[in-house]
Design a binder for this molecule. Structure first.
Ligand SMILES: [Zn+2]
Length: 249
């Protein structure tokens, strides 16, 4: 079922793609237990406070949810994105309704306080943040957020205007559920309040490993960077960043 191939064409003994001067196997591809995260994967511990995490979890506990769909590549056009169920992913999206602004505010803060200063990027928009719930057995197979693997082209093709992927974890009362970056052999057990962001392309293929016990919640969004050629107009639910003080659009 897992048809995705490694797109990062770099050997274990090659110089690392991050230009550190070290070999890939000793740098971003290291198998050492106390290795650093791969270049490009930024991890901010305790970005959200326990109070913020718990407030969102309390809302989630009273809300319904629906199983997520994936983008249907065959039936999507440059005008319209079509979505379908897919057995590579078992996740529920929590219905936040009138509480959606809590997620929007938190993601805006992540962008203005961490992502923009860190990356020096300008962000045109971010997709409406979603609160995802992975119950026991929930997972998301290896994928890239902005690219799909196309068999006939034997490569990854960009399909959506996503440049940076953002994850914000809320809880720890579960087992399994690690995030794994396939190309870098890097696996991380999320902690409550932890913010992670990384490029959305296929170098950063990632997997949400199955939750084996309990339930895991995470906020997700995807950012479109200024200056990157767009495939489509902003999605209808996109949240624009209009904040001249930090030099963004
Ligand atoms: Zn490296």
């Amino acid at each position: 079922m897992d048809i995705i191939r490694k797109p990062l064409e770099i050997g274990r003994n090659d110089p690392c793609f991050c230009h550190s001067g070290e070999r890939f196997k000793h740098c971003c591809g290291s198998s050492s237990a106390n290795r650093k995260p791969p270049h490009g994967v930024i991890i901010v511990n305790d970005f959200a406070s326990p109070e913020e995490c718990n407030a969102i979890l309390a809302i989630a506990a009273t809300r319904g949810s629906e199983r997520l769909k994936l983008i249907d590549n065959e039936n999507s056009t440059s005008q319209k994105i079509v979505r379908k169920y897919d057995d590579t992913r078992v996740t529920e999206r929590v219905d936040m309704s009138e509480h959606q602004d809590i997620l929007d505010t938190l993601v805006t803060r992540a962008i203005t306080d961490s992502i923009i200063p860190n990356l020096g990027s300008t962000i045109d928009w971010f997709e409406q943040p979603q609160l995802l719930k992975y119950e026991q057995g929930g997972f998301y197979n290896t994928h890239a957020d902005s690219e799909n693997y196309e068999q006939d082209k034997e490569g990854f093709i960009r399909v959506i205007d996503r440049d940076i992927s953002l994850l914000l974890y809320l809880d720890e009362d579960y087992e399994g559920g690690e995030i794994q970056f396939t190309n870098f052999d890097f696996k991380l057990k999320p902690k409550p309040g932890m913010l992670i962001y990384f490029p959305s392309d296929s170098r950063y293929l990632h997997t949400a490993l199955p939750v084996t016990k309990g339930t895991r919640h995470a906020i997700v969004s995807w950012l479109s960077e200024h200056g990157v050629e767009k495939m489509r107009p902003p999605p209808e639910d996109a949240v624009q960043l209009l904040c001249p003080n930090v030099g963004i659009l």
